[in-house]
Each structure stands twice: as structure tokens, then as C-alpha cells.
Design a protein around this ligand. Sequence first.
Ligand code: BGC
Length: 362
Amino acid sequence: MRSARTAAAAFMVAAVAMTAAGCADVQGDDSSLVGVAMPTTTLLRWVDDGEDVQEQLENLGYDVDLRYAENDVATQVQQVGEMIDEGADLLIVGAIDGTALKDQLARAAAADIPVVSYDRLIRDTPDIAYYATFDNLAVGTMQGHSLARAVGLEDAEGNKIEGAGPFTLELFAGSPDDNNATVFYEGAMSVLDPYISAGDLVVTSGEKDFATIATEGWDSAKSGERMAALLTEHYAGGKRPDAVLAPNDGIAISVIEAIRSHGAPAGVVVTGQDAELASVKSIVAGEQTSTIYKNTQLLAEVAVSMGHALLSGREPETNDLTSYDNGVKVVPTMLLAPQLVTQDNLERVLVESGAFTAEEIR
Ligand code: BGC
């Protein structure tokens, strides 16, 4: 999968590099070391993120220390500490727990090491310089509209179809320690809540608030267990909800599996995020309804460009100076655009763009 992504996105990435870095031929100082901390290898997206960031930094002449922490907060805290101790000149951090890195980042600041927050906002610290991410609120609203449209409550323009419904729904959210999870939830609920209030969507279990529906560590084993329990308790006799809001593909696949094991008929609307290969195949097969494609190679490019600018004494490019308050300051941010993927546009968005080959997704 990665080779297809890499080859086809190369041109686009080079183009962004030229713009965002100011000039493509500025090389990193030979002695400069960049510490790259990524959360986990359990989702393919993070494997790609880490490798792309590393490759692009090395192309600019930097040495790179890339570490994954397998969703263990203490491990990541230790890894970041070691990067500081070994003399990193820059840190690019995809945090596991958005608040746990505070002390290490204070040490980084004391040593004049700038920090770029990668994909997830690091919270409660003044010691991050910039944030590179996707428009996370838009991810959530896209998921909400995708669900509403697929059950038949909305037309393609997002307008309510009067007289449709009511439809049953269950809700899942991501990890409470990941700032993104709250933003995805807010985005999705901004679309779904009015339908719930109007009785067009009915959350059969009544489980709706973020804390109740969150999935610790984005752990799909946990979401699978919760879905199985919901089905047993509220959908006896092989029944199933009409729709499930799943915040990412790992959770979506676990939900679909639980519905299958429950012996319920197919045809449940299930959202997702990340365009992980298993979910892309599931959409092709008519199981999962949608995913959100986030071109993480471009995200890597933005983060690398930000870091390179900081180490070269230039100001990184941003496009959002208001949305991401981390509890201490509003962090200057570069937001990239996510794309909704359904059966209707999958070929164009994922195959024609070169993210996947036609063979990979069948
Ligand atoms: C990312 C998602 C990912 C999730 C679980 C979020 O912070 O934005 O793309 O699915 O973490 O790793």
C-alpha cells in the first residue's frame, strides 16, 4: 500500500515542499537531529506518518530518531525525554495523551528545542511552537452528514428530507486523552444532535455523552466489546441499529464484526476515518458506509516544512490562528482538508489519486 501512496503522491509532496519550505534546496545542518515521536504502529496510518516524516527530513539532510510508543503514555514520555537528552534540535510529536508531555516539553523549551505538535494537539503547555493537522471539526461534520445521508435523513446537499425516519443509532467516540476525539465528536454531534432532539434519530441505548461513548486508547477490542454488549442489551433477537457513528476505521471494523457475530442482517450504516486498507475493502464490499481520507503524506510534509523553517530562522506557514487553544495558548496551526470517501467516489479519491492501486482494494 505504502509504495503506491509514495509513488503517486511524490509530485504533490514535492510541490508543497517547494512552497511551504520557501525553497526546496535549503538543506538541514548536517549535525541537526530531529526527534520524531509517534503514538503507535497498530494503525497503518501512523506507520506511514512516521516513515514519511523520517524520509522527508532525511531528504533535507537531517538525522532522525523515530520512535513509536505503542499507545503507552509512559513509554512516549520516556522516549521524548531521551530525545531531549541525546541533543535533538527539533521535536515532532504525535502525542498519545495530549496532556502528559508537559514536563518533558518544559525541558525542551529550556534547551531551546522547538516542538511541532503532529496531528493531535498537545495540551496544557506553552511549550509547543506550531501544530500541523487536518480540519478535525470537518472530519466530524463529514461523518455526521455521511450517516444522515446514508440512512435517508438528508439529501446530497445536507438538507433534511422531511418525513424520513425515525432511525435507530448508536454512537462511538475516540480516546478521551486525544484532543482530536473531542473535536471529531463535536463536529459529528453538531449534525446529529438536531435529528436526535427532533426524534428523527433515536439512540436506543441512550448512551450519548462523550465520556460514556469514548473508546480508551482508540482500542478497537474495547469498541467491539461495547458494541456486542449494546446489541445483547438493546437489540435482542438478531435486531440491529440502523446506523453507528464510528469515529475511525479501527472502531468501524470492530463494530461491523460485532454486528455480524450478533447474527443481524447487513446494511447498517457505519462511518469511519483514515482510509485504512481493511475499511476501504469493506466499503468496496458494501459493508462500511464511508471513511475519511486524510493524505498523511501531505501532513508529514507540512510538519517537516514547519520544523525546517523553525531551524532555518524562518516563520512557518499557517492558515488557522484561532481554532486550537491548548488550554494555555492558541497554537498557530496549518489545517489540511479531509475528504469523505464512499462507494460513489472511492475510485476517484483513492485509486485515481494513487493512494491505492485497484488490485490493493479488491
Ligand atoms: C487521528 C485519527 C486516528 C486516531 C486513532 C486520531 O488522533 O487523527 O486519524 O484514527 O487518532 O489513532
